[in-house]
Write a protein that binds this ligand. Structure first.
Ligand code: GLU
Length: 443
């Protein structure tokens, strides 16, 4: 039995480490956690892998896991330590690739799962990458711009051992953006003694970034939504859409659906939940969110309870925030006919089964949100060739890749009578393990 502390802890003693948080609730033993969920997904797909199944353990352990201490000077002169991670799940098909998130609840289990989902996603759309992911356990909203820059630079320097344009290429994810990528690129380049634009993607356009990258994930979400709608006879025009998370992914997807004639009726984010049956004014809402940081306080809408989001009458639901949002507790309440996973890992396996039994079509993250990394790939190619494409060319190639990948996954789902998630895993795991098989083991 562990000993109770002799005295209650003085809250002021938390500072500056108060910026880091206690373990998140999903690490309780009754909850699989993201990595446990990923392992279940692999188990579901193993019977379909044929002789490649002998390599399946490769997928069940990350190739390389780095945990780093990230100490920085806070503005008040004190020193704070944050924990940072970079996990390279698999590099059989090419360098590691995947974003970096800054969030107070980031854990190693989460980053491991996210890195594995990147391996699956990159193979699903057939871009020549393995999978990787990084994160820092920090609430960036508590930091000044200067502190954020110092955290980013120190983290980049620490993971500099294993990243590089041909080794592992980070990109934006939750709470990281073009500016963070610019600092990462600069830090890496300073340490290397040469400007290396190809070390990260999602950079500002004036610094080797790609046109269309910012909207790419949302555009991909929209593209697969349209493809799936065609196949189930759903009309996008006039359909009702509910979106969770209205940042780079949910906001852009919502805008594209609205432009196609859909009504975005509900949006929930960390600030609250809003509803408007006639459809929200999406461009106005996007402007409000970028000004205030959340949907809270948007005048032209009703405020509803955050939990009521799951009961909203809608045809399409787009979870575009964090993991494990659709669970046993709310899956049976969702009224949508189709769920498009803009976020990574938003649906637990139990919820997946409930939705499947109820006939709700789930377009899984590993294909639905692959538009971001697809344009990251275009950015990386453009950086290497120092030749930049027009936005039209980028969007056209993005749509072509997403449509082709989705058609392939749909066919596999029909052939094996499995969910689109299992079908995407079948396609992707076969590609990864085929590369593994061709390369063989070293030494
Ligand atoms: N963070 C994004 C994702 O989860 C993009 C990764 C990238 O562009 O490398 O897919």
């Amino acid at each position: 039995m562990s000993q109770a502390p002799k005295q209650p802890r003085d809250p002021s003693s938390y500072s500056p480490s108060a910026l880091t948080r206690a373990l998140p609730s999903y690490l309780n033993p009754d909850n699989l956690g993201p990595w446990g969920i990923y392992l279940q997904q692999v188990d579901r797909v193993t019977p379909y892998l044929g002789s490649l199944g002998r390599w399946v353990d490769t997928l069940k352990r990350p190739k390389r896991t780095l945990i780093v201490d990230v100490p920085i000077h806070l503005d008040d002169g004190s020193v704070a330590h944050f924990e940072g991670y970079r996990v390279q799940h698999n590099t059989s098909r090419g360098p590691g690739k995947g974003g970096v998130r800054f969030h107070q609840d980031v854990t190693l289990s989460e980053v491991m799962a996210l890195s594995a989902w990147m391996s699956i996603k990159n193979a699903a759309v057939n871009v020549p990458y393995g999978g990787a992911k990084g994160g820092i356990r920090v609430d960036p909203r508590q930091l000044s711009v200067g502190e954020l820059e110092r955290v980013t630079r120190r983290y980049t320097s620490e993971i500099g051992l294993i990243i590089g344009p041909t080794k592992d290429i980070p990109a934006p994810d939750v709470n990281t953006n073009e500016q963070v990528m610019a600092w990462m690129m600069d830090t890496y380049s300073m340490n290397e003694g040469a400007t290396a634009t190809g070390v990260v993607t999602g950079k500002p356009v004036d610094l080797g970034g790609s046109l269309g990258r910012r909207e790419a994930t949302g555009r991909g979400v929209f593209t697969v939504g349209v493809e799936a709608a065609k196949r189930i006879g759903m009309d996008i025009s006039g359909s009702r859409v509910a979106v969770q998370g209205f940042g780079n992914v949910g906001g852009v997807a919502g805008k594209l659906f609205a432009e196609a004639g859909a009504r975005v009726v509900a949006v929930q984010d960390h600030g609250g939940c809003i509803y408007r049956e006639a459809g929200l004014d999406v461009p106005a809402l996007m402007a409000h969110v970028s000004r205030t940081g959340s949907v809270a306080g948007f005048a032209q809408a009703e405020v509803i309870e955050p939990d009521a989001f799951w009961d909203v009458p809608c045809d399409i639901m787009i979870p575009a925030a964090l993991e494990q949002q659709i669970t046993e507790a709310n899956a049976a309440r969702i009224q949508a006919r189709m769920i498009i996973e803009g976020a990574n890992g938003p649906t637990t396996p139990q919820a997946d089964d409930i939705l499947h039994d109820r006939g709700v079509l789930v377009l899984p993250d590993v294909i639905a949100n692959a538009g971001g990394v697809t344009v990251s790939y275009f950015e990386w190619v453009q950086d290497f060739s120092s030749f930049f494409w027009t936005e039209e060319e980028i969007n056209e190639r993005l749509v072509r890749i997403m449509q082709g990948a989705f058609a392939g996954v749909w066919q596999v789902a029909e052939e094996h009578k499995v969910s689109l998630r299992t079908a995407t895993f079948i396609v992707a795991c076969k590609r990864i393990l085929h590369a593994r098989d061709l390369r063989g083991l070293y030494p």
